[in-house]
Design a protein. Structure first.
Length: 176
């Protein structure tokens, strides 16, 4: 089986961050953030790439740091990219990943971490109309991350910290 994480180490990342969603059945492990961006909102796990680090290495490192889970590379699926133009900052972007946690792995929550609170949330709760506790752009891309086999590219436009549009296009490649 070819891993969706097959990238040569010398390939340079185009974006600055990674974001991953750990799924087990109909639940997603989410982080209620204690700092910006998305202070007080539930979001996926991830963070900033270090110099010379591949997106794959970054998402695996960030998930290990934030949860203590050291997961096999074959559990990670590349799901596309997300870019945004907001808050006086242009051109930021991140790589999206989905991790399907095996049934025999138990991860009890809630857990207080230095990043915030980790807890399992149902997909229905995350997607509920009017749920203001979730990072505002998640309902626009999470269904595709969870259900589509091929990756997508998303672009979010914010004005005065309010999400005004999200565009979605098919990624040019299925892997990085």
């Amino acid at each position: 089986m070819k891993s969706a994480l097959s990238v040569t180490p010398e390939r340079k990342a185009m974006h600055t961050y990674t974001l991953g969603f750990i799924r087990q059945d109909s639940q997603i492990l989410m982080l209620n953030r204690e700092r910006a961006p998305w202070l007080g909102s539930w979001n996926g796990l991830g963070g900033k790439l270090k110099d010379g680090e591949t997106p794959e290495a970054c998402i695996r490192r960030e998930i290990a740091e934030e949860t203590g889970l050291k997961l096999s590379v074959d559990l990670f699926q590349y799901k596309g990219t997300l870019t945004w133009n907001s808050f006086d900052v242009n051109g930021h972007g991140l790589y999206l990943y989905l991790v399907s946690l095996p049934q025999d792995v138990r991860f009890k929550t809630p857990i207080k971490t230095r990043e915030g609170i980790l807890d399992w949330k149902t997909v229905d709760w995350l997607m509920a109309p009017g749920n203001t506790g979730v990072a505002h752009n998640i309902p626009y891309f999470l269904p595709s991350v969870l259900n589509d086999l091929k990756p997508w590219t998303y672009h979010c436009v914010f004005r005065d910290k309010i999400l005004v549009s999200v565009t979605k296009e098919r990624c040019e490649t299925d892997a990085l």
